[in-house]
Design a protein around this ligand. Structure first.
Ligand code: 13P
Ligand code: SF4
Length: 320
């Protein structure tokens, strides 16, 4: 099916297609909304259509379902998961709560609905700092991403963070040596990285932020800039279309999330034709898991996580 045929089918079926920036470009091109996790959660809620075709990974489609329980939400690549989200279980959260009864539990949206159901508030990479500051508790259990947690902890020193030892295997592959090599190969280029990268990578970057923050930084820079991008390859591919006047390079070859690349146009067509099961969560999980997500939507506002330099907080306590 061509792009135009898929878009026409979506209109006939009263469906809205959303795609994360890490999706393949042919998927980004057919989508009615492309964004980072936070923007997509907002667009999913605001969409008037009855069906949402969520081109991303499972936790994103689940979040859309939690925020729009009356809509049918379909993940076209039904087996697209997030290994980071799989690193934490509801039992882990319950155990941590017992150990730290005064702490608030803040969950990155990269978690299952069952884990969210045990948490107090969610955040995305672009809303994390604002969300942490919105909490009245001084102590925060942050899960599952230790790197994002360490980054937010450095930005909100008035809070005490207990960091869970999860990570994104895709972002963790990048080392400080890769940043040094990129700087040597492209002197004068700005290095922009996602906060899921290791603290030593973050410390060497010129700027840190969510995928949409990185896109904005490049798109709004004076033409003729050079940028080394430290996040998933889809962002660089997008920038080649949206900011052709800038020279953008991927920080490390093979910086690709295999789960995000699972979606094909055929999968989207199948989902639109009702051939893919919709996201289905049990009533009790729905009821409990939407509370921290809705709290995030209220606290997150228009946050855009970014920085110029940040101290290394790798000595912070860590749990598993
Ligand atoms: P964003 O919150 O920047 O969209 O990132 C989501 C993600 O999965 C990054 O690996
Ligand atoms: Fe999960 Fe990492 Fe892929 Fe994002 S890039 S979906 S955190 S595995």
């Amino acid at each position: 099916m061509t792009t135009t045929e898929i878009q026409a089918l979506a209109e006939r079926k009263d469906a809205f297609i959303l795609a994360h920036y890490y999706q393949p470009m042919d998927i980004q091109r057919i989508a009615g909304a492309v964004g980072d996790s936070f923007e997509l959660a907002k667009r999913a809620t605001a969409a008037p259509q009855k069906t949402l075709i969520f081109c991303g990974v499972r936790f994103m489609a689940e979040s859309a379902k939690l925020l729009s329980p009356d809509k049918t939400v379909v993940l076209p690549a039904a087996d697209a998961g997030c290994p980071m989200a799989d690193m934490v279980t509801p039992e882990d959260v319950r155990r941590l709560r017992e150990k730290h009864p005064d702490a608030a539990v803040m969950a990155y949206v990269n978690t299952s609905a069952e884990v969210k159901a045990e948490c107090d508030i969610c955040c995305t990479s672009s809303s994390a700092e604002q969300v942490a500051r919105s909490l009245r508790e001084e102590e925060i259990i942050f899960l599952p991403d230790r790197n994002l947690g360490a980054y937010v902890a450095a930005r909100a020193p008035e809070k005490r963070f207990i960091l869970f030892e999860g990570h994104c295997p895709v972002h963790r592959r990048v080392a400080a040596a890769d940043v040094r090599a990129a700087r040597e190969a492209r002197p004068g280029a700005r290095v922009l990285v996602h906060p899921e990268c290791l603290p030593e990578v973050v410390a060497l970057a010129d700027g840190v932020g969510s995928t949409s923050w990185i896109l904005r930084e490049v798109e709004q820079a004076p033409p003729g800039g050079q940028f080394v991008i430290g996040t998933e390859a889809g962002v660089v591919e997008r920038l080649r279309e949206t900011a052709p006047e800038q020279a953008c390079f991927l920080l490390k070859a093979g910086f690709v999330c295999p789960n995000m690349k699972k979606t094909s146009l055929e999968d989207v067509a199948r989902a639109l034709n009702g051939k893919t099961p919709a996201v289905d969560l049990d009533g009790e999980t729905m009821r409990r898991a939407r509370v921290p997500l809705e709290r995030m939507m209220r606290a997150g506002g228009q946050a855009a996580l970014s920085q110029e330099s940040v101290p290394d907080k790798s000595e912070r306590p860590c749990v598993r």
